[in-house]
Design a protein around this ligand. Structure first.
Ligand code: SDX
Length: 435
């Protein structure tokens, strides 16, 4: 896959007079990219971009974000339309295969996912090795990595059929693993998946059902969770997706690559923020305390950040945050909890922060994690499982990006360079001669 090259940039080293002709690659929409592959050979220098804020690490056809305009497209379809009219299984098909499915294709895809929802019984016993208060993300990342020890039959990453079966398996089993992690942490028996339920309903069933009484599924909760899965499914080259790509670029088995993504997502600067937002809202407690916490957020020495605010790419509203905020109103009203104090506090915090020069000047807006925890809480998901819900959804994006990379004949192992600022060459000194 190579973006079109129409122009070049000439870069000249004024000291040596040497220059390099750098091709400009253009995509379908969004910024063009300067191809710097020849830079080190021509001018003996690297580019320097810690945090990769201005670096296109790859070419991709999956998701497009315009951070200034607050636009998010999955395979060209606006997230607002998919949120309004699609389902998570349909979005999964779209992200993986590039087109919206026909009803027969969707039925076949959903059937393939349902076929793989159960876990190998031996793998279920892994959970007993964890302490009861282990964080579910720790259990999920470990058990996902362990899947490579069970599913040897689909490990040839260059075999398209193996890649397809892997995709179905990991998307199908993540909810079962997630629910098992929760059941272990609350000391309840594992609940097997039910293949007569749709994807989100099965998650709720496996998390909340108990063997001694029938579980009454709440359609509002199932609908809200399906929508949250759509909104969290993919997001271009974010930290966890880039981790999956880098791990996968070594030829590591796909379960190991996805497990690496789970670990990267866990960080509070990334997917762990949804759990941190709830803790922050409870710490703030009431609207009277908002000014004190905003002052802390502005004070660099406090290390306190307004969790759920800010984004590397969005310098406008995160479109997903807008949809989730609207969802909060609807879901809370339908659950008869419109007076949800945490949601009221979140709304007030957003209102005050978005009038504050510090946040306005830095273009810090609520991101996808700011309101999602309010809904997870309202439908009964425990806080320690918020990021696990994010991981269930993002597994689709991780698999789509892994597939895109592995099936690219031009794929190479990812190996960034550095600007070295350590000691110059020096000789070993016997210990007796050291000061
Ligand atoms: C996700 O990449 C993705 O697409 C991620 C994601 C996805 O779907 O995969 O969208 C999901 O991870 C959303 C982000 C969830 N994280 C949080 O909500 C944690 C709180 N946010 C921040 O930690 C921060 O905004 C980041 C990590 C999200 C972005 O960090 P950047 O791009 O490195 O921003 P920065 O640190 O360069 O901030 C620029 C300025 C700095 O101040 P100055 O040095 O200019 O004075 O803004 C300040 C920052 O201190 N700032 C904040 C802030 N976020 C940025 N100050 C207070 N509170 C905040 N939340």
């Amino acid at each position: 896959m190579t973006g079109k090259t129409e122009t070049t940039f000439e870069l000249t080293d004024s000291a040596s007079g040497r220059s390099s002709q750098l091709p400009v690659r253009t995509g379908t929409i969004g910024p063009a990219a300067l191809d710097i592959a020849a830079l080190h050979k021509d001018l003996g220098v690297f580019t320097y971009d810690p945090g990769f804020g201005a670096t296109a690490a790859t070419e991709s056809r999956i998701t497009y974000i315009d951070g200034d305009a607050g636009v998010l497209l999955y395979r060209g379809y606006p997230i607002e339309q998919l949120a309004e009219r699609s389902s998570f299984m349909e979005v999964a098909y779209l992200l993986l295969l590039g087109e919206l499915p026909t009803s027969r294709q969707l039925e076949e895809f959903t059937g393939n996912i349902r076929y793989h929802t159960m876990l190998n019984e031996t793998l279920l016993r892994f959970f007993n090795g964890f302490h009861h208060n282990a964080h579910p993300m720790a259990m999920v990342s470990a058990v996902v990595a362990s899947m490579s020890a069970f599913y040897h039959d689909t490990m040839d990453i260059h075999n398209p059929r193996h890649r397809e079966i892997f995709s179905h398996r990991i998307i199908a089993k993540l909810p079962t693993i997630a629910a098992a992690a929760h059941k272990h942490s609350v000391g309840q028996p594992f609940i097997y998946p039910r293949n007569d339920l749709d994807y989100a309903a099965n998650v709720l069933h496996m998390v909340f059902a108990v063997p001694c009484e029938p579980y009454k599924l709440d359609p509002i909760a199932s609908e809200a969770l399906d929508l949250l899965f759509i909104l969290h499914a993919d997001h271009e080259q974010n930290a966890s997706t880039s981790t999956v790509r880098l791990a996968g670029s070594t030829g590591a088995n796909p379960y190991a690559a996805i497990s690496a993504g789970v670990s990267a997502l866990w960080g509070p600067a990334h997917g762990g923020a949804n759990e941190a937002v709830l803790a922050m809202l409870e710490q703030i407690g009431s609207a009277d305390n908002i000014p004190k916490y905003l002052a802390m957020a502005k004070d660099k020495s406090s290390h306190f950040r307004l969790m759920g605010f800010g984004h590397r790419v969005y310098k406008n509203f995160d479109p997903r945050a807008k949809i989730i905020r609207a969802m909060c109103h609807k879901v809370l009203a339908r659950l008869g909890r419109s007076d949800n104090p945490l949601f009221e506090l979140a709304l007030r915090l957003e209102e005050i922060a978005l009038k504050d020069e510090y946040f306005v000047s830095r273009k810090l807006y609520p991101n996808v994690d700011f309101y999602s925890g309010v809904i997870y809480s309202a439908i009964g998901i425990p806080r320690s499982m918020f990021t696990v819900m994010f991981a269930i959804a993002r597994t689709v994006g991780w698999v789509a990006h892994w597939q895109e990379m592995i099936s690219d004949p031009l794929m190479r192992i990812g190996r960034p360079r550095q600007l070295y600022t350590g000691p110059t060459r020096r000789d070993y000194l016997e210990i007796a001669k050291r000061a």
